[in-house]
Write a protein that binds this ligand. Structure first.
Ligand code: SF4
Ligand code: SF4
Length: 320
C-alpha cells in the first residue's frame, strides 16, 4: 500500500480512493457522540485534506452525519462503505433502504455483511448476499462484501463468488483476530486482492493499544501489499492531520504528535448498569465480565469497538 500519495486509482470504482479511510464509529453515539454539525465538520476537514473514503455501519447509528457531509461535498467525490447484520432479502432491503434514506443518497459504494465468521455464516446469509448482488445490478450499490474479525471468514470469502470488498483486522500483533494470527490472515488477504477484491484493514492501532507506537503501527499497515486502504477512527483535527500527513509521506509536526498522544480512549460503564450481561455476550474479545452485579471491562483485552454499547438496554456503556 505504501506510497507517498494519499489516493490511488481503484478499478472497481473507476476512481481515485484514499488509502486512509475515515472510520466514523468514533464520532457517533457509540463513541464520542458528537453534535452532527461538529462530526460532519471533522469529516469535511478530512475530505479537504484528501480523504474521500468513509466507513460506517448501521450499528454505528451515524448516517445523519453522512447526510450533513453530503450537503457540503459532492456525492460522487466520496466513497461510502456501510455494513449491516442483514441475513435475508427482507432485512437486506430494509438495511439498504435505511442507509439510502438516512444518508440522503441514491447509492452507497460498498455494502458489507457485518462481522462474518466463516463460510457457514456466509451461507446462512445467502438471502442477503443474493439481494445485494441484485442491488449492485440496479446501481444501488457499487460493490458487495464482508467485514470480519475471523480468518475462517476470509477463507469463506475466497470460496464465495461475487465478493468485491473485504474489511479485516490488520495490525502487527493481530490484536482482535478471533481465530488466528496475521501470518494466517495475510496470504488470504493477498489472494482476495489478487482475485480483484478491494481489501481494507481496520484496527491498525488495536483499538488504541498501540497509540504509544503510533508511527510504527501505521508503518506496518502501510507496508502491507495486500491492503488498498485502512480504516482509522478519528475524532479530532489533530488525528486527521497526523494521519493524512503520514499517508502523504510528510513529516508530522511535534504539536500534532502531542495532540494525538493524549487521545487514548477508554470504556466507560455507568453505575446504573443492572448487570444483565447483554454486553458480555456481544463482546467477541471476552473483555467484559459481570462482577458484583455490574459489568467490568478488562482494558488489556478491549478493542474500543463500542459494539457492547449498542447492546446495552440501559445505554450505560460508551467509549470516550
Ligand atoms: S468491551 Fe465493548 S468496546 Fe471493548 S472489545 Fe468488547 S465489545 Fe468492543
Ligand atoms: S448490557 Fe448494560 S446494563 Fe447490561 S450488564 Fe452490560 S453495561 Fe450493564
Amino acid at each position: 500500500m505504501k506510497n507517498s500519495r494519499l489516493q490511488i486509482y481503484q478499478p472497481l470504482l473507476g476512481k481515485f480512493v484514499s488509502q486512509l479511510c475515515y472510520g466514523t464509529l468514533t464520532i457517533g453515539p457509540l463513541q464520542r457522540d458528537f453534535e452532527v454539525s461538529f462530526g460532519a465538520l471533522l469529516m469535511e476537514r478530512a475530505y479537504r485534506e484528501g480523504v474521500n473514503f468513509f466507513d460506517t455501519a448501521e450499528l454505528y447509528d451515524n448516517y445523519h452525519f453522512f447526510k450533513a457531509l453530503l450537503e457540503r461535498v459532492p456525492r460522487d467525490e466520496i466513497v461510502i462503505a456501510t455494513k449491516s447484520y442483514a441475513y435475508d432479502e427482507t432485512t437486506a432491503r430494509t438495511s439498504l433502504d435505511k442507509a439510502l434514506h438516512e444518508m440522503g443518497t441514491d447509492y452507497v459504494d460498498f455494502f458489507l455483511l457485518h462481522e462474518q465468521e466463516s463460510i457457514h455464516t456466509l451461507r446462512g446469509h445467502s438471502g442477503a448476499v443474493d439481494y445485494f448482488k441484485k442491488a449492485k445490478e440496479r446501481g444501488l450499490i457499487r460493490g458487495f462484501g464482508i467485514s470480519t474479525h475471523h480468518i475462517a471468514a476470509l477463507e469463506g470469502a475466497l470460496k464465495t463468488p461475487g465478493i468485491d470488498v473485504v474489511m479485516a483486522i490488520t495490525n502487527e500483533k493481530g490484536l482482535g483476530i478471533a481465530d488466528g494470527t496475521m501470518a494466517q490472515s495475510l496470504p488470504l488477504l493477498r489472494a482476495l486482492k489478487a482475485r480483484g477484491a478491494l481489501v481494507y484493514g481496520m484496527k491498525p492501532l488495536g483499538g488504541g493499544h498501540f497509540i504509544k507506537d503510533y508511527e510504527a503501527a501505521m508503518a506496518y499497515v502501510r507496508g502491507l501489499d495486500c491492503l488498498d486502504a485502512v480504516a482509522v477512527g478519528m475524532q479530532s483535527v489533530d488525528e486527521i492531520l497526523a494521519n493524512t500527513l503520514l499517508f502523504k509521506g510528510e513529516e508530522i509536526p511535534e504539536e500534532v504528535k502531542r495532540g494525538i498522544a493524549g487521545t487514548r480512549r477508554r470504556l466507560l460503564i455507568h453505575d446504573w448498569c443492572t448487570g444483565c450481561g447483554a454486553c458480555v455476550k456481544k463482546c467477541h474479545q471476552q473483555a467484559l465480565r459481570i462482577e458484583k452485579g455490574q459489568a467490568v471491562v478488562d482494558p488489556g483485552k478491549c478493542l474500543m469497538c463500542g459494539y457492547c454499547a449498542g447492546a446495552c438496554p440501559q445505554m450505560c456503556i460508551k467509549v470516550i
